[in-house]
Write a protein that binds this ligand. Structure first.
Ligand code: SF4
Length: 658
């Protein structure tokens, strides 16, 4: 499984310890027997030529990928030696652990790894490459209240898919949206691209990237000025509505439409549909957060059901990450977070090349591939090339980052070990068991971090140090009956069930159980305040907005190693014509940070002024070994300190001309 909202249950056919077919199971009703094409090909990762089979130590230049096989004992011994030396000379903060979700399991992330880094006193990592602005908004407004699950979409009479393309990044939602449409629901899609669902939508607003906050505030204003804001709900269940109303006031439909580059009449029809239909459901995606206004966009979008009075009915409200629904406190980490330096993962390049108090001496990468995925790729690579940096990469395959490692450690995949897998679209938690033989000498995260804790003298008597005892330990600490149900093979459910209705079954987890529509602290910390808009960073030199959405091949960089045709830049026909470019031309996409060389795909699915490269590319996916992240600034979002992938502004020219 990948970092994906759907959380499928899988049926794997195994012959002589090897996976031969990977398909969907029916255990999780939302999976309904089918899975995406990505994971059906997962065996190509497990047994492919890039798979890491044993620990290895670098023998060539950084980035060359030349390694000598080593034993686990030697590799772990070297890592411990280098970590201790860094701590002795520059302090624990000179060690930077760098990770993201991997396959999002409870055993593979924030577990013995967190225990190790906390006890060692390493720098802390702000894991903000994705979902930080939407998460911060959801937390501020609702304390991450559980949200509408896939199964309830058919109850809605209006669905607004905002900054999300389930056809690529959550395919199990699509049949539920289609079913709602069959039953008469109107569908609105807000996305710069004409996604598959946008083609069948009643209204598609192809907004300019970064302008979602203006559009959402205009809908708020429309609700207030036409008397369709639910004043009774606002009085009883919210605080701060007046401040939101005041901030929405400048955003007439006409002004927002102009800023967003959409038809004012179409925007008015969206606002009217939202005002008049119930149950009305807004699916807030992650596409709208990846820009300078991302946190405010998420705030304004998620606040809509409170102002419109859309809660309290099945199929009404909002849909966002349900990862917090299980109320899991991760009590098993066992050590409080120290007050050590916090490094934002979106600024890894800066941390590796500029930080000197202390400098990063040891970088330990796992569950992610920053050389391909974090902003300002050229600076990240310059940092990884530092000869005085000791880099460990603990991975399943030889990633772009692993090529720069001093030590690579082979990791098991989800087919080879235990885990507790949590969906964050539907509400589902499942115990995943190993179904195939471990490939090569791969080891689980729990086994490796447990052993590192032991070797560094950071393990206390009786504490779990390996995968199986860790799983038992975690099951025992899950709230309520969840652990015992999972352990005995039953489906786990939170107390409110698997399909809660917002404001009937679940309420905001804020101190007074009210929706906090205005947060003074966010207002003070956001660069221009709460519910404010920062203008487009485009220049005459670099006028095109580059976005990098998930594709049918990759929703993260996992599986980006599989062979496929060159990545292509999507561009609107008008923009291509203006540059004398034709479909299939080799182009350079460039700005002051870097450039990407790839073929052009002229496509009416793009709005004018916006170009697109797929998310999750590896360096081998393009002609000049760079990915879209080479063009992305390492600036941070207004709220949540997230990545501004969609603030890349670029120019495109023919490579032949260049
Ligand atoms: S990536 Fe998503 S859709 Fe594909 S199998 Fe995993 S959970 Fe299911």
């Amino acid at each position: 499984m990948l970092d994906c909202p759907d959380g499928c249950s899988l049926a794997v056919t195994v012959k002589r310890g090897k996976a031969v077919v990977i398909d969907g199971a029916h255990t999780n009703p939302v999976t309904n027997g089918f899975i995406c094409a990505k994971v059906r090909k997962f065996d190509q990762r497990v047994y492919g030529p890039d798979r890491l089979l044993y620990p290895a130590i670098r023998k060539g230049r950084k980035g060359e990928g030349a390694f000598t096989r080593a034993s686990w004992d030697d590799a772990l011994g070297l890592i411990v030696e280098r970590m201790q030396a860094a701590k002795a000379t520059a302090g624990g903060e000179s060690v930077l652990p760098f990770s993201y979700g991997g396959s999002n399991g409870l055993l593979t992330q924030d577990n013995l790894d967190a225990q190790l880094w906390r006890r060692f006193g390493a720098s802390r990592l702000a894991r903000a490459v994705c979902a930080a602005p939407t998460g911060a908004a959801n937390m501020s407004l609702y304390g991450k209240m559980p949200s509408v699950t896939y199964q309830d979409y058919p109850e809605a009479r209006l669905i607004v898919l905002w900054g999300v393309n389930p056809s690529a990044s959550g395919i199990h939602l699509v049949p539920y949206v289609r079913e709602a449409q069959k039953r008469g629901a109107a569908l609105v899609v807000i996305d710069p691209r004409t996604t598959p669902l946008a083609r069948s939508a009643d209204i598609h607003l192809a907004v300019r990237p970064g302008t979602d906050v203006a559009v959402a505030l205009a809908i708020h204003r429309h609700l207030f000025v036409t008397g369709r804001a639910d004043e009774a709900f606002l009085a009883a269940h919210t605080e701060g509505a007046d401040r939101l109303r005041e901030r929405a006031e400048p955003w007439t439909l006409a002004r927002a439409a102009e800023v967003a580059g959409v038809d004012a009449g179409a925007l008015e029809r969206v606002a009217e549909l939202y005002a008049s239909r119930s149950p009305a459901l807004v699916r807030c995606g992650w596409g709208l957060e990846r820009n300078r206004n991302g946190g405010n966009a998420a705030m304004a979008v998620l606040a809509l059901p409170a102002v419109g009075g859309k809660f309290g009915v099945r199929g009404g409200g909002y849909s966002m990450s349900n990862s917090a629904s299980w109320n899991i406190a991760k009590s098993w980490i066992g050590t409080p977070e120290p007050d050590t330096r916090l490094v934002n993962m979106n600024q890894l390049g800066r941390a590796l090349t500029e930080y000197d108090d202390p400098p990063v001496r040891v970088l330990f990468v796992y569950n992610c591939n920053p050389a391909a995925t974090v902003p300002d790729q050229q600076r990240v690579l310059r940092g990884l090339e530092r000869e005085d940096l000791f880099t460990v990469v603990f991975e399943q395959v030889m990633t772009d980052t692993a090529l720069y490692a001093d030590v690579v450690l082979p990791a098991t995949t989800f087919l080879e070990g235990y885990d507790l897998a949590k969906a964050y679209g539907p509400i589902a938690l499942e115990l995943a068991r190993p179904v195939i033989d471990v490939v090569g000498e791969a080891r689980s995260n729990a086994d490796v971090f447990g052993e590192l804790c032991a070797r560094l003298g950071l393990l206390e008597d009786g504490e779990p140090s390996g995968e199986l005892d860790l799983m038992v330990h975690v099951l025992e600490q899950l709230p309520g009956r969840i652990g015992s149900d999972l352990g005995s093979g039953h489906q786990a459910k939170p107390p409110f069930g698997l399909t809660p209705v917002q404001f009937l079954d679940v309420f905001p987890n804020t101190p007074n159980r009210k929706v906090r529509l205005f947060s003074e602290s966010l207002d003070a910390s956001a660069p221009m305040g709460l519910y404010r808009f920062q203008p487009d960073p485009a220049t005459r030199e670099f006028p095109l907005a580059l976005i990098s959405p998930a594709s049918e091949h990759t929703i993260s960089s996992t599986l980006g190693e599989l062979p496929r045709t060159d990545a292509r830049l999507l561009m609107h026909p008008g923009d291509a014509l203006a540059r004398g470019l034709a479909d299939g031309d080799l182009v350079r996409v460039f700005n002051g940070l870097g450039e990407v060389h790839c073929p052009l795909n002229v496509s009416g699915s793009m709005r004018p002024g916006v170009v697109s490269l797929p998310k999750g590319l590896w360096r081998r996916s393009t002609r000049n070994n760079t990915t879209g992240t080479a063009l992305v600034p390492d600036t941070l979002t207004d709220i949540g300190d997230g990545a501004c992938f969609n603030d890349a502004r670029v120019q495109v020219a023919s490579l032949a001309t260049a």
